[in-house]
Each structure stands twice: as structure tokens, then as C-alpha cells.
Design a protein around this ligand. Structure first.
Ligand code: G3P
Ligand code: MG
Length: 245
């Protein structure tokens, strides 16, 4: 049986994204300041195969850029700034994954890195992410590579087998055991509202780590932890940590 890949009871979702621009270095630093020990970040690739930390396929919601992220070179993306929709954060860059890894390393924080390929770019995205992780992730800090994309996870499994993996789902599919075994995943990450006590027990009895997204209120977090979830992703990690302690 597999062992869960443990991260933290409260993982800062896209950094402390409730209070700083999501998936930025500032959101990582703020997560550390409010006591989080682990962040979740999303990664996709530029047209020249450099991984950037960004959630959407397109740039408009989170940056001052336009169009698909994957249509721009790394140099072009380096010139963008993240949307300053949070007070006090005016000109945050769109970070390269390598920059985020360097910051996490200096802060001694764990990482759940979600491989977020633009559809059609599953293989090159996973390969580029694995390259950065192989080259620069500190061996002694917690790391889980996760994805909704089974293709991306299969590439990660074959490219960097030593890095723990998690399958992300919203609802748990009937073939969750088969899929997690096939992809050699140690965790299942899922939408919090779609978990019930029996399902939680089945997943944990199956030897998997169980983490739920996205949880911003303490009652829900406490219920999920009571069901046996190993942790939750939150946009407000400081508030959740305070209320759970
Ligand atoms: O990795 C958990 C969660 O982040 C998955 O959904 O859309 O927030 O990336 P999303
Ligand atoms: Mg994510």
C-alpha cells in the first residue's frame, strides 16, 4: 500500500491569494508571514517551454497581458505584472516557476505544484515542470506534483518517478483506485463540497493522502479534518490556522 504524501493541515492556495495577487512571489511571502508552511501553485508553459506560475490558460484575469500564456515567450511574460486587485500590491511580476522555487527554498516551505497545461500541451508542460523541479527543488522539503490531467501525471511519473504525485478531481470518479494506482499517485485532491464521510474513509483506507479545495471557513475545515482529510487548501491560510489552533 502507498503512503500519503503529507503536506500541511492548511495549504495556502495559490499562495495567500485572498490577500495578495494569486500565484505571485508576494502571495508566497505573505503565506509564510501568516504561518503557512506549504503553498499550492499552478504552473503552465511559455511558447519556449519555460514554466510560469499562473492559473488560467489566458492572461487577462490575473495580469496586464492578453491572450494565451502559451503563445508568449518567457521574455515577453517576464515583462508583465500581476493584476493589482489587492490593496498594497502594485507591481508584482508574473513569476517563473524557478523564481518561486528559489523563494520557497529560502523560506523553507513545502509545495504542492499543480501542473496546469493548456489543453494539448500536457506533455511539454509536465516535462518542463519536471526539469525545473529536478534541477532546483530542495530534497528535504515536502513536494507533491498534482494535476487534473492524467496525461501530465503519466509524464511526471515516467520522468521524475521519485516526486510524489496527486490526482486532482472535483467529484471522485468510480475508477479512482485504478487511476491513482496506474499513475502511482500517493494523494487524491478533491473539491471539498463533494466529499462525504464514507468516501473519505475509503480514500484513507486505500492508503492515499486526502486534501480538499478550496476551504475558507473554519467550520468546514474542521468537519473535513474530522472526516479524516489530511488538509485543506485555503485562500486565507492565516485565518484558518488561527481558528483551527
Ligand atoms: O490544487 C487544488 C486546486 O487548486 C485545484 O483547482 O482551479 O484552484 O487550480 P484550481
Ligand atoms: Mg490549483
Amino acid at each position: 500500500m502507498t503512503e500519503p504524501a503529507l503536506l500541511a493541515k492548511v495549504i495556502a492556495h495559490r499562495g495567500a491569494s485572498g490577500s495578495a495577487p494569486e500565484n505571485t512571489l508576494a502571495a508566497i511571502s505573505l503565506a509564510a508571514e501568516v504561518g503557512a508552511t506549504c503553498v499550492e501553485l499552478d504552473a503552465s508553459i511559455s511558447s519556449d517551454n519555460i514554466p510560469f506560475v499562473h492559473h488560467d490558460d489566458t492572461l487577462e484575469r490575473c495580469t496586464n497581458g492578453r491572450g494565451y500564456l502559451c503563445a508568449h515567450t518567457a521574455k515577453e511574460l517576464d515583462a508583465l505584472t500581476a493584476s493589482s486587485n489587492k490593496a498594497g500590491f502594485d507591481s508584482e511580476p508574473l513569476p517563473r516557476l524557478s523564481q518561486a522555487v528559489a523563494l520557497l527554498s529560502s523560506l523553507q516551505m513545502g509545495l504542492n505544484l499543480e501542473i496546469k497545461p493548456t489543453p494539448g500541451l500536457e506533455e511539454p508542460t509536465a516535462l518542463a515542470v519536471c526539469d525545473v523541479i529536478r534541477d532546483s527543488w530542495p530534497i528535504d522539503l515536502p513536494l507533491v506534483l498534482s494535476s487534473f490531467s492524467r496525461e501530465a501525471l503519466a509524464v511526471a511519473r515516467d520522468t521524475l518517478p521519485g516526486a510524489a504525485r496527486a490526482l486532482i478531481v472535483c467529484a471522485v470518479p468510480d475508477d479512482w483506485q485504478h487511476q491513482t494506482q496506474l499513475l502511482q499517485c500517493r494523494n487524491l485532491h478533491m473539491a471539498a463540497p463533494l466529499l462525504d464521510a464514507q468516501r473519505a474513509k475509503d480514500i484513507i483506507d486505500g492508503g492515499l493522502g486526502l486534501y480538499c479545495f478550496t476551504v475558507n471557513d473554519s467550520d468546514t475545515a474542521a468537519k473535513l479534518l474530522e472526516m479524516g482529510a489530511h488538509g485543506v487548501f485555503s485562500d486565507y491560510p492565516g485565518e484558518l490556522l488561527d481558528s483551527l489552533s
